[in-house]
Design a protein. Sequence first.
Length: 155
Amino acid sequence: MARSVHSLSYRLHPAKLQLIGLVSALSSLRHELARADLEITFAHENVPAVLSQDLTLCLYRVVQEALQNAAKHSRARQVSIRLSPLNEGLALSIADDGVGFDVGTAWDKGLGLISMRERLEAIGGTLIVRSGPDNGTRLEVTVPLRDVRSVETVA
C-alpha cells in the first residue's frame, strides 16, 4: 500500500488535482488504497466544486498520510472519511477502528502527524487527534474557505 500511495502522489501533480477536484481525487484515492482487509468509505456533502490549490493539495495530502498510517500502523479493518461544510470552512474527519495509540507521545515519534499539522496551520486550519490504545483513531480537521472561486458544490 505504501508503494501505491507513493506512486499516486507522484502521478497526482497539483495542477491535475486542481483539474479533477478534491472530491474526485479523494474518491480515486479511496478506491486505489482499499484492499480485502481494509474497507475505506468516503462521504461528502456540499463541498465547493472549486477550491484553492493550496487547500485542495493540503487536504489531499492529509487524507493520504492518514490512510497510509492506518494501513501501516493501526491494523484497522475500516477507515471512514467525511468531508462537509462547517461555518465558513470545511470539516474533514478520518476515523479508523484500529489499535489506536497514545496521542501524548505520538508527536515526538513520527513526522506524519507533525507534517499534517504544519500543512494545515499554513492554510489556517486545525488538527485534533483523538486516539487511545484499543480505541482506534479519529482525526478532526477544520479549514477556512478563503479563496473559494465558486459557490457551485459537488453533492
